[in-house]
Design a protein. Structure first.
Length: 186
């Protein structure tokens, strides 16, 4: 089977069928991720299309020495942040409640969900050495996909505290990843 990275090289060289295959492989994961994290199916549909449009527009920026999935998820994260900013600038156009909006945007992807073994190992290295309380918080938010209110109930803390701790944890993981590169367990 042709790897995602090989497909991206082919797509960079003009083979439209390579894009079709990447879309076939990854759109279900992206769409599934979006449907549980956005306020409406319509918004999930729009963001899915925006993500793959941005992939198309950015295809020449893909570094063939890197893995495809983290690159795709960074595009998805960028698309979601852009949508959130548009929504915040123009709340009158939003077709959902403020509570739905907050719930839908609580977690942005920082690593691929359901990634291949290479990306899974990268994530595992990031998580090594985390205190049990931080691992538990990460599990509740990313694996069980609980809201901050539900996490607060589970951990006997306030939702605000849960949100703050999670935000600090994500920032800490990003900093560790940036500092350590491939050697993330230090």
């Amino acid at each position: 089977m042709i790897s995602d990275e090989e497909l991206m090289v082919a797509y960079q060289q003009g083979q439209a069928s390579a894009f079709d295959e990447l879309y076939r492989r990854h759109s279900p994961k992206v769409y599934g991720y979006l449907t549980v994290r956005t306020p409406s199916r319509q918004q999930a549909d729009d963001l899915l299309q925006s993500c793959f449009l941005k992939l198309h527009q950015s295809r020449h920026h893909f570094d063939v020495s890197q893995k495809f999935l983290p690159w795709l998820w960074s595009i998805l994260r960028s698309v979601r942040i852009d949508a959130l900013r548009r929504e915040q600038r123009n709340p009158a156009k939003a077709n959902h409640s403020e509570e739905e909006s907050r719930k839908g945007w609580e977690a942005l992807p920082t690593e691929p969900m359901n990634a291949d073994d290479g990306e899974h190992a990268l994530t595992e290295n990031l998580l090594k050495g985390l205190p049990a309380a931080q691992r538990r918080l990460l599990e509740l938010r990313t694996q069980r996909e609980l809201s901050f209110d539900e996490i607060a109930d589970e951990l006997s803390i306030t939702a605000s505290t849960a949100r703050q701790r999670f935000s600090r944890l994500v920032q800490s993981l990003k900093t560790r990843a940036a500092k350590s590169g491939e050697d993330l367990h230090e």
